[in-house]
Design a binder for this molecule. Structure first.
Ligand code: DGI
Ligand code: FE
Ligand code: FE
Length: 194
């Protein structure tokens, strides 16, 4: 079969997300998928994998915190105290990776990790993981984040310094909120800090 037989696959995932997510979250999802694809073009990486990860990255985002915790317990996925304190922010990524595999049939471990680590990042990320993490932050629908124009330009030039900047800004933002900082977020920043 031709190389294009992957396309219906993407179209199927897009329709599934349109059904699953709120209008606003679906619009964000398309923004992340196309931004991840553009980053893949700029960095000579696999565009289709970037689209797939982008389309699925928030697939668990419409679930309630209690539901996210219940899925983790049922699937024997470890839930830390910090994750339990803010499941919507911190568990939708872990559960999203689980659903991407079990419900949406993704087998590629790099795509699953890009979904799993899209909120906190992790040390020594793959290029796909970094592109999805970054696309989530810079997609065209994002307007609040500081220095977005600078970060958007940097993203097409240097993935690692973009990670450093986003993590530094995210940690600064989190310190102004009630939210507990996940140890993984700190570790990712330490890793990418020059
Ligand atoms: O799902 P999105 O809203 O598209 O974006 P996201 O998955 O990157 O992040 C959801 C939120 O999680 C976002 O406001 C940033 C926040 N976040 C990132 N790291 C941490 C965190 N929140 C807490 N409490 N602790 C963290 O370490
Ligand atoms: Fe998310
Ligand atoms: Fe997102």
């Amino acid at each position: 079969m031709s190389h294009n037989h992957h396309q219906p696959d993407l179209e199927k995932l897009r329709r599934a997300m349109e059904k699953e997510l709120s209008t606003g979250r679906y619009t964000h999802t398309l923004g992340v998928a196309y931004t991840a694809a553009a980053l893949a073009m700029a960095h000579n990486e696999d565009m289709e994998k970037a689209m797939k990860a982008g389309l699925l990255h928030d697939c668990a985002k419409s679930m309630h915190g209690s539901e996210l915790v219940a899925i983790c317990e049922k699937a024997y996925l470890n839930v830390t105290a910090v994750e339990r304190s803010n499941p919507t922010a911190l568990l939708h990524a872990k559960v999203g990776a689980y659903l991407a595999e079990r419900k949406y049939g993704v087998t590629d471990e790099d795509i699953l990790n890009a979904i799993r680590y899209h909120t906190t990042g992790r040390p020594n990320m793959s290029r796909l993981e970094k592109m999805v993490y970054i696309a989530d932050y810079i997609e065209p629908g994002r307007k609040q984040n500081r220095d977005l124009d600078l970060i958007r330009r940097l993203a097409y030039q240097d993935l690692d310094s973009t990670m450093e900047k986003i993590l530094s800004d995210t940690l600064a933002y989190l310190r102004t909120t009630e939210g507990q900082i996940d140890d993984m977020t700190n570790r990712t920043y330490q890793y990418y800090k020059r």
